[in-house]
Design a protein around this ligand. Sequence first.
Ligand code: CA
Length: 236
Amino acid sequence: MSSNRYKVLVIEDEPKIRSFVKTVLETNDYKMIPADTYAMGTTMFMSHTPDIVILDLGLPDADGIDFISFVRKTSAVPIIVLSARTGEQDKVSALDMGANDYITKPFGTAELLARIRAALRNSRFGKLPEAALIGKFVLHDMTIDYDKRTVYIKGVDANLTQTEYNIISLLSEHTGKVLTYTSIIKAVWGYPDTGSTKKLQVNMANIRKKLGIKPGDNKYIINELGVGYRMCDQNE
Ligand code: CA
C-alpha cells in the first residue's frame, strides 16, 4: 500500500498552511514531501520525483513562477499553484508558464482534495497531440464528435460556428485545466491583438447560449474570472 501512495511535493513557506496541507494529505493517504524554499523545492523535486506539486507563488528565495519554468524543462508533472485572492495576474502567468490549476487562499479540505484528484486523473492521459483528437468526448448531456467537428446537446446539433467549435474542442482536450484567455486566443486565432479578449468573450457567450447554459450557470464550462476558462471535469 505505502509504496503505491501518490507523492505530493508541497512548496510553501508559511508553516500554518504547510501543516494544514500535511494533515489533509496524510489523512487521505497521500505522502507529503515538504519544502519551504525554492532551493529546497528543486532539490526535493529531483530526489523524490513527485506525482504532483503544490506550489506557493510567494517564496522567500525566488518567485514560484521560476520553479514552474525549472520543472517544465524536463517534466509534465501536474502543478497546482497556491495564490492570493488578488493575484489574478500571478495566476495567469503561472498557467501560461505551464501550471495545471490554481487554488486561491484561503482554501478548504474538500477543494484541495478535489483539485489534486482532478489534476492526477487528467495528467494520466497526458496531452494528446491534435491529430489524436478522434472519436467522441462526452460530458453530461454534451457530446463532441471530433470526426464530424460537431457538438450535440442531448443528441441535437448545437450549430456551432467553426471558431466556436475550435474553442470548445480545445477546452475539452484540456479538461479540468484552466486555459488562460491568451492561450486560447493563440491556439484559436494564432495571435493576440487588442480586440481578441473581447472576441473570445463574444464567442464564449454564443457558445453558452447554443449549449443552453443559463447566465451565471457553470455547466460544461467554468469561467474563471479574470483568468480564463476551464471545461468541467467529469465528476463536477
Ligand atoms: Ca508565501
